[in-house]
Design a protein around this ligand. Structure first.
Ligand code: NAP
Length: 480
C-alpha cells in the first residue's frame, strides 16, 4: 500500500511497487508530500518540474477522473492545429535541457527531421495530445498517477499543535464507486475548465451537446451521416468555428447554421507585440497591478483568446461560404449559413425537432422585436468554460480562510498560487495551491498552455523551497 492511502486498491498498488524502483528513495510516511488533483497539462508541467529538480518521489500522487490520459478529446477534430508554438511545451521555456521537451519527443518518435520539414511552429492538436501522452506515460510508469479517481472532498487535518498539518483528499473510483482517502501536506487543484452551458439550454438533453463533448457525441446524436439534418452551432469562439467547419465533412447532405451574438466572426489577435501578454515574465507585473486596472487590461486583451477565431480558419470559412454563392445565388440552396446578432433565449421540443427561439442582439444586449425560430435536429453549444470546480472541492477548507473571506465561494491566492488561508491556522509548509482558475489575479495566460513550463517550476519552488528546487535543476544541468 502506498503511503497515505486509507483504503486498498490492489491493482494500482501492485503497479506502483513494480514501477517505483527507479525513483530516488525518499523517507516514507503516512502523509504524502504532494497530491495533485487533475492530471492535465498543468499538473503534468508540475510533474516535469519536479522530475527536472530530482524531487519526484513515490510520495507524490496525481489523481485524475478520466480513465486514461486524454487532452480535450471532445475537440480533437481532423486537421485542427495548435494555436501556440510547440516551443511553449511542458519544459522548454523553463529548462530547454529537459528530457520532456517537444523536440525530444519528436526525436524519440523518430520524426524530428520530418517535423522540421513541415516548417511550422503549430503542430496538429492530435500530435500535441500524443506529446502530452508521451510525457504522461513517464509518470504512469512510475506509478504516481491514479486514473478514474474523482476527488469529492479535501478536508483539513490538525496535528497535536492544533494547526492544520495536512489534508485528507477523498476520491471515488468512477467505475467501481470505491472511495479512497489519501493524506498529503500539500494539495494542488488543477482540474481545468468545466463546460459552460447557458441556462436556456437544458442539461442532459439528447439534442443539445456542449462543444467539449462534440467528437464523442456527434455520431450518437446524429446517427445517419447521409440524412439531410438541420444542425445548429452556437458560439463565436474557436470551438464554434471549428465545429461549423467540421460538420459538413461528417454530414454532406446536412444544413448547418451558426448562430452568433456579434455582427460577425472576429479574428484572434496573435500579433507579436500583443502576444507578449502570454509571456511568463508578465505575470509578476499583472499580479502587482491595481485590481481595477488589471480587470480593464484583461478586457482590452480579451480578443487574444476568448470569442475569437484564428484568421486562417476564418478565411477558409469565408471562402467556403463564397463558393456557395458562386454555385447558386439563392440563399435557400446554401447548406452553410451564419445568423449574426441573434441569441437563443429558449428551446422547445416539437415533433422530434428542437425548436430554438431567438432574439435580436444589439450593442451586446438582447432586444425585443424581430424574434425568430429555427427547428433543428441538434445544436452544438460552443459557449466556453467555467473555472470554478475548485470551489466545490475545497468547500470544507473555507473555515481556514480569514474571517472576512469566509462568505461566498471564492478563494484568494498569492502570487505563488497558494491559497491565502489564515496563517495562524496552518502549519508551515502545508497548504493548497490553485492552477488555471486565477485569470483575474494572474492574467490571461492563466488558463493557457503558454506559461505552464515556467509555472510548474514556480509551484515546485513554492511547495518545496527555492533552494531545493534550483539545486535539483543545477544537478540536472551539470549531468548534461
Ligand atoms: P470561448 O472562446 O470562451 O467562446 C465562447 C463564445 O460563446 C463567446 O463568443 C461567447 O460570447 C459565446 N457565448 C457565451 N454565452 C453565449 C450564449 N448564451 N449565447 C450565444 N453565445 C454565447 O470558448 P471556446 O471557443 O470553446 O474557446 C475556449 C478556449 O479554447 C480558447 O482559448 C480557444 O482558443 C481554445 N480552443 C483552441 C482550439 C485549438 O487549439 N485548435 C480549438 C478550440 C478552442 P461572449 O463572450 O460575448 O459571451
Amino acid at each position: 500500500m502506498s503511503s497515505g492511502e486509507m483504503s486498498t486498491n490492489i491493482s494500482a498498488d501492485s503497479r506502483m511497487s513494480a514501477s517505483t524502483q527507479k525513483l530516488p528513495v525518499m523517507p516514507s510516511s503516512d502523509i504524502q508530500d504532494l497530491i495533485c488533483i487533475g492530471f492535465g497539462p498543468a499538473s503534468i508541467a508540475i510533474g516535469v518540474a519536479l522530475t527536472d529538480a530530482q524531487l519526484l518521489s513515490p510520495n507524490v500522487t496525481f489523481l485524475e477522473r478520466q480513465p486514461k490520459f486524454s487532452w480535450h478529446s471532445g475537440m480533437q477534430l481532423p486537421g485542427a492545429k495548435m494555436q501556440i508554438s510547440f516551443l511553449k511545451d511542458m519544459a522548454t521555456p523553463r529548462n530547454p535541457h529537459s528530457h520532456f521537451t517537444f523536440i525530444n519527443y519528436l526525436f524519440a518518435k523518430g520524426r524530428l527531421n520530418n517535423f522540421i520539414n513541415l516548417s511550422t511552429f503549430l503542430p496538429s492538436r492530435a500530435e500535441y495530445e500524443d506529446y502530452l501522452r508521451w510525457v504522461a506515460r513517464y509518470f504512469e510508469h512510475r506509478g504516481v498517477v491514479r486514473y478514474g479517481q474523482e476527488v469529492v472532498a479535501v478536508e483539513p487535518q490538525k496535528s497535536s499543535s492544533g494547526k492544520v498539518s495536512h489534508f485528507n483528499v477523498t476520491s471515488r473510483h468512477v467505475a467501481t464507486g470505491e472511495v479512497t482517502t489519501r493524506s498529503s501536506k500539500r494539495v494542488v487543484v488543477a482540474v481545468g475548465g468545466k463546460a459552460r452551458l447557458p441556462p436556456q439550454f437544458p442539461e442532459s438533453h439528447p439534442q443539445i451537446v456542449h462543444s467539449s463533448q462534440y467528437s464523442s457525441r456527434v455520431h450518437r446524436t446524429l446517427p445517419d451521416s447521409q440524412r439531410p439534418y438541420h444542425i445548429a452551432v452556437v458560439g463565436n469562439g474557436q470551438s464554434g468555428a471549428e465545429i461549423f467547419n467540421d460538420l459538413p465533412s461528417r454530414f454532406p447532405n446536412a444544413k448547418v447554421t451558426m448562430i452568433i451574438k456579434g455582427a460577425h466572426l472576429r479574428p484572434s489577435d496573435d500579433s507579436p507585440f500583443v502576444n507578449e501578454v502570454f509571456d511568463p515574465d508578465r505575470v509578476d507585473g499583472t499580479f502587482a497591478q491595481d485590481p481595477e486596472v488589471r480587470a480593464q487590461a484583461i478586457t482590452l486583451d480579451k480578443a487574444t483568446n476568448y470569442g475569437v477565431v484564428r484568421l486562417e480558419l476564418l478565411e477558409h470559412l469565408y471562402d467556403t461560404l463564397y463558393s456557395q454563392k458562386v454555385k447558386n445565388p439563392d440563399p435557400s440552396s446554401w447548406s452553410l449559413n451564419i445568423i449574426p446578432q441573434r441569441q437563443v433565449v429558449s428551446t422547445a421540443n416539437v415533433d422530434g425537432k428542437l425548436l430554438l427561439k431567438m432574439k435580436k442582439v444589439e450593442g451586446g444586449k438582447v432586444v425585443n422585436g424581430d424574434d425568430s425560430e429555427l427547428a433543428v435536429d441538434a445544436v452544438f453549444v460552443a459557449t466556453g468554460y467555467l473555472r470554478n470546480a475548485h470551489e466545490d472541492i475545497l468547500k470544507q477548507t473555507r473555515d481556514l480562510l480569514p474571517e472576512a473571506q469566509r462568505e461566498g465561494t471564492k478563494f484568494t491566492v498569492s502570487r505563488d498560487y497558494k491559497v491565502l488561508y489564515d496563517e495562524s491556522k496552518i502549519q508551515e509548509g502545508a497548504g493548497v495551491w490553485l492552477q488555471g482558475c486565477n485569470e483575474k489575479t494572474h492574467g490571461l495566460s492563466d488558463s493557457l498552455l503558454s506559461i505552464l513550463a515556467v509555472r510548474g517550476g514556480e509551484l515546485v519552488e513554492s511547495m518545496f523551497g527555492k533552494e531545493l528546487a534550483s539545486t535539483g535543476v543545477e544537478r540536472v544541468r551539470a549531468m548534461i
